[in-house]
Design a protein around this ligand. Structure first.
Ligand SMILES: Cc1cc2nc3c(=O)[nH]c(=O)nc-3n(C[C@H](O)[C@H](O)[C@H](O)COP(=O)(O)OP(=O)(O)OC[C@H]3O[C@@H](n4cnc5c(N)ncnc54)[C@H](O)[C@@H]3O)c2cc1C
Length: 299
């Protein structure tokens, strides 16, 4: 006998359309005037449809566009840049030799996304567009100084990751714009660490820390799970690391934790999240920079 558990587990009716080019997808978005949603890997969108957290009039399936060969390296006047087409699956990012050499932190972080089924379907552009504040990919793209390329009715434009994440699941994209690729400056030779705390295997992180440091520069540190978007730790907090002294590791980890104002929710209290920031930032600094803070090896 069927039971009514009080929760909707199927979507409302929608039109389904396929686009096999970015131009066609942008045109369909324009026609639907903000009432359509892009369907990429469906790993976040389909659960939201089933729970009726989103009820679009139409889905525009972009999977026929393909991943355009996956991550590639380009050389420009600004140096080497890794270009990741939006429909690149997480599993392709993991297997890419370009990513392994030029974005090692990203590779480590993508290995922590969900489980193998999620990584086989979920896309890089989908994760950046979905903008979950605890997602590994949004944290890395911000820490690595990435840029998001959009296509819309007026053509293409780029948005730096520092201006991309606006609030929960909300970005700088207009409703009629698509993410077509993400560009990340090569981080070959940079020091890095990606640390996170999860309650159970394949869960989203409670708190995560992405740290990347180019030779001779102070590290870029991004925190996930402490606000409505990934948060870049400010220069006044990380500045003391210039001194490369033992005591600065603990001091910077403390300052980073105090700089956050997380909210309590069903997963963790605000205080617990702050404590996790302190532990994970310290761990990341010790691992990435080899700065011993006198408290022993990170666990
Ligand atoms: C069991 C499970 C565990 C998971 N665990 C994690 C985890 O630990 N960490 C993590 O980061 N993620 C996790 N995810 C989410 C997963 O990484 C998704 O792949 C990702 O969030 C969205 O990518 P997608 O391609 O599936 O996008 P979709 O679900 O297809 O779309 C997500 C949103 O982005 C929009 N969108 C997609 N592509 C574009 C585009 N090119 N341009 C504009 N808008 C676009 C859609 O309209 C929709 O609003 C998990 C998912 C599941 C089901």
């Amino acid at each position: 006998m069927a039971t009514d558990r009080g929760a909707r587990t199927e979507p409302t009716a929608f039109e389904y359309q396929r686009a096999d080019s970015w131009d066609e997808a942008a045109e369909l978005l324009r026609i639907w005037e903000g009432e359509a949603k892009i369907l990429a890997g469906g790993q976040s969108l389909v659960p939201m449809l089933n729970l009726r957290l989103t009820m679009p009039a139409a889905l525009i399936d972009i999977n026929d566009i393909g991943d355009e060969g996956g991550p590639r390296l380009e050389t420009s006047t600004e140096g080497q840049v890794v270009v990741i087409p939006a429909l690149t699956r997480h599993s392709t990012v993991l297997a890419s030799s370009v990513i392994a050499e030029h974005c090692p932190m990203l590779r480590a972080a993508v290995g922590l996304v969900g489980n193998v089924r999620v990584r086989n379907r979920g896309t890089f552009g989908g994760s950046v567009a979905h903008a979950d504040p605890t997602g590994e990919i949004p944290c890395c793209v911000l820490a690595m100084g990435g840029t998001i390329t959009l296509q819309g009715p007026l053509g293409t434009r780029t948005v730096p990751a520092s201006e991309w994440f606006r609030t929960y699941l909300t970005t700088a994209a207009e409703p009629d714009e698509l993410v077509t690729e993400v560009r990340i400056p090569s981080a070959a030779g940079a020091a890095w660490a990606f640390e996170e705390e999860v309650r159970r295997f394949s869960d989203f992180a409670t708190v995560s820390v992405a740290l990347q440091a180019r030779p001779g520069r102070i590290p870029s540190i991004v925190l996930g799970g402490v606000a409505d978007r990934p948060v870049l730790v400010t220069a006044d907090v990380v500045g003391p690391l210039r001194n490369q002294e033992r005591t600065t590791v603990t001091a910077v980890a403390d300052l980073a934790a105090r700089s956050t104002e997380p909210e309590s929710d069903v997963h963790a209290s605000a205080e617990h999240r702050r404590r996790l920031v302190r532990v994970l930032v310290r761990r990341a600094l010790v691992r990435a920079l080899g700065l011993d803070d006198g408290n022993g090896a990170p666990s």
